[in-house]
Design a protein around this ligand. Sequence first.
Ligand SMILES: [Fe+2]
Ligand SMILES: [Fe+2]
Length: 306
Amino acid sequence: MTAGNTTILDEPEHRFPLDMSMRAPRIHELYAASNRSQWDPRTDVDWDALRPEEIPEANREAARLWWSRRGWGEYGAVSESPALIVRFYRDRLPPEVLQYFAIRSQEEARHAEACVLMAEKLGGWIEQPEIQEFETAVSTHGVRSMALDPDTSVEAIMGALVCCLEEYAFDWFRLMVETTTHPVANRVLKLIMRDEVRHCAFGWYWLESRVPHMSADEIKRVERAAIATTEQVELTGYRVPWLAPDSEATRRENEIDRLTFEAGLGATVEEVEAPVFVACVQRVRERFRPLGIELPQFRHPRLGAF
Ligand SMILES: [Fe+2]
Ligand SMILES: [Fe+2]
């Protein structure tokens, strides 16, 4: 993706003039909302209500792995945030965007901590995937290289990562909040979801404010990034294993999700999520359309054309 391996880190840093006038008031509102809605994973969850001895062994072990896996994802979001902030700074985006993104990183850190605490309660944090094949799926979806690549615009990054991937993830969280019956797991999912709604709003606000100033070619690039990410990341099972190509590893991951879901401890399963996911893609497609971004009909072996 990066031409000649040159990244924005190879460019000289220009710090001044530093324009601190407010240019993105809607994003400032998100920043203020984040400041008002801080929570502490250690004290805002009634951890004593999670009594692992009451959970059947197989479900508890599955949930332990599922929450560890969530933690790997959330921690990944923490680790990629600084690259995006470096990029926003280099592109001289409004100060509200950087301020908001700094607090957004803090929220992802909180999500990671909550997932670690869940895994610990369920029998212990698991540090890494046992199946190599799955590791590539969880380790990265190229955010850092996109963020530092001068040929990929911030709008393309937002369109792909936030308006697509985070939006798909948001509906997943909302579904899990509806279906997760264990009060502690439900509470953690709800706390995470409350932050994620702002993460998604941020991407849309930014993109919608930028599109009127973009050329047709620049908008086309956002479209290409959104399609590529949906097809190559989302539809290959980066977020949930039921979307991944069938393999021994996928079957094992699906089993973990099912056992977690059946115990009301989180996760979801294909038959419950598929219609929600298809509806979500449709909503994203409709929100993109007035911006001149057209998501095509997608195809997936388990979903057909949608
Ligand atoms: Fe998160
Ligand atoms: Fe997020």
